[in-house]
Design a protein around this ligand. Structure first.
Ligand code: NAD
Length: 322
C-alpha cells in the first residue's frame, strides 16, 4: 500500500504525488496517463500551469481504459491570485473542474496569499501576474478572510473535498485559524535542504495541518528564470555530501532529497516527463535514511527561498509585498 497522510478533513492524501508545473501542453496528457500507469495517484495542478485541459485528458484516458477509477485519484488544483474576490472563487473553480473533466477536486488551495484584480478568463487564461499581460500589477482589496470564506463554500457545495493554502507563513496561518470554520487541510510550501523551515513545520503539526513540499531539489526549478542565488548555488543533486549519502544506500541523490522530506513527515510532488525518473521518484519512499543522515541534510539550511512573488515583478512594485 502506498503511504498516505490522514488529513484533518478526514480524507487520505497520498504522500508521494506528481507535480504538473511546467509540463508542456503538447505532452501533458501522455505524461499524466504514463504517471498513472507508473503508480501515481495524486496530481498537483493549478490554473496558473495552463495545462489543466490536457492533464484532464490524460486522466480520462486512464479511466476509460480501466487503469483507475476517479475515486482512486487525488486531484489537487489551486486558486489563482486574480480570483481572490469572494464572488470570483466558485465560477473559476467550476471552469477548472470543466477543464479537468471532473466534478470535484480532492483538494483546492489558495496558490499565493496575494490578491490581484480580476482578469476575465475570456480575455486571458491563465491570467498570470500582470493585469495587462505585460508588467502592470493591480492589487485587489480581497482579504484572506473573504477568500477563505468562499473556499469554505466549495466544500459545502461538493466542489472540493478538502481545502488548503500554499505559500503562507506563520502569521497568516494564525490569522486564518482565527476565523476559519474549516481549517486548512494542507499547507504547500517550498521545502528543500536550503530552506528547512522547521518552525513552520512545527506550527503546522501543532495545528493538524499536513504539509506538502514543492521544489524538493532546491535551485533546480528556478535556474531557467536566471535568479541570481539559484544560479550561484550547487545543485543539490550534485552536492558531494548528498552524493555520498546516496552511495551509502545505493540510491540516487534525488531519492535521498525526496526521502529526507517524506521522513520529516511531508508529502512530495516531484515531476518528470521521463518514465525512469517517474519510477525512481515514486520509489524514493522505499528506503530509510538514518536519523544522523537526516540531521546532516537538515544542516544544509540557509533560509534561501527561490519562489517569492517579488522575484516576478519590476523593482518599483516590490513595496506591495514588503
Ligand atoms: P520538481 O521537484 O518537480 O523538479 C525540479 C526539476 O528537477 C525539474 O526540471 C524536474 O524535471 C527535475 N527532476 C525531477 N525528478 C528528478 C530526478 N529524479 N532527478 C533529476 N532531476 C529531476 O520541482 P518543481 O517543479 O519546482 O516542484 C514540483 C511541483 O510542485 C510542481 O510541479 C508543482 O506541482 C508544485 N509547485 C508548487 C508551487 C506553489 O507555489 N504552490 C511552486 C512550485 C512548484
Amino acid at each position: 500500500m502506498a503511504p498516505v497522510i490522514k488529513l484533518n478533513s478526514g480524507y487520505d492524501m497520498p504522500q508521494v504525488g506528481f507535480g504538473l508545473w511546467k509540463v508542456d501542453n503538447a505532452v501533458a496528457s501522455d505524461v499524466v496517463y504514463n504517471a498513472i500507469k507508473a503508480g501515481y495517484r495524486l496530481f498537483d495542478g493549478a490554473c496558473d500551469y495552463g495545462n489543466e485541459v490536457e492533464c484532464g485528458q490524460g486522466v480520462a484516458r486512464a479511466i476509460s481504459e480501466g487503469l483507475v477509477k476517479r475515486e482512486d485519484l487525488f486531484i489537487v488544483s489551486k486558486l489563482w491570485n486574480t480570483f481572490h474576490d469572494g464572488d470570483r472563487v466558485e465560477p473559476i473553480v467550476k471552469k477548472q473542474l470543466a477543464d479537468w473533466g471532473i466534478d470535484y477536486f480532492d483538494l483546492y488551495l489558495i496558490h499565493f496569499p496575494v490578491a490581484l484584480e480580476w482578469v476575465d478568463p475570456a480575455v486571458r487564461y491563465p491570467p498570470g501576474w500582470h493585469y495587462d499581460g505585460k508588467d502592470e500589477i493591480r492589487p485587489s482589496k480581497a482579504t484572506i478572510q473573504e477568500t477563505w470564506t468562499a473556499m469554505e463554500s466549495l466544500v459545502a457545495k461538493g466542489l472540493s473535498k478538502s481545502i488548503g493554502v500554499s505559500n503562507f507563513q506563520a502569521q497568516l496561518i494564525y490569522d486564518l485559524l482565527r476565523h476559519a470554520k474549516i481549517p486548512p487541510a494542507t499547507l504547500q510550501i517550498e521545502h528543500h535542504p536550503y530552506l528547512v523551515q522547521q518552525e513552520l513545520l512545527n506550527l503546522a503539526k501543532h495545528e493538524g495541518i499536513a504539509v506538502t513540499a514543492y521544489s524538493s531539489f532546491g535551485p533546480a526549478s528556478f535556474l531557467e528564470f536566471n535568479m541570481g542565488h539559484a544560479v550561484k548555488l550547487t545543485p543539490l543533486i550534485e552536492d558531494e555530501t548528498i552524493k555520498s549519502i546516496a552511495a551509502k544506500y545505493n540510491r540516487d541523490p534525488s531519492q535521498v532529497l525526496l526521502r529526507w522530506a517524506t521522513q520529516r513527515g511531508l508529502a512530495i510532488i516531484p515531476k518528470s516527463t521521463r518514465p525512469a525518473i517517474m519510477a525512481s521518484n515514486l520509489d524514493s519512499i522505499n528506503f530509510d535514511l538514518s536519523e544522523e543522515d537526516i540531521a546532516t541534510i537538515s544542516g544544509f539550511n540557509r533560509n534561501i527561498r527561490f519562489n517569492q512573488p517579488a522575484n516576478y515583478f519590476p523593482t518599483e512594485y516590490l513595496w506591495i509585498f514588503g
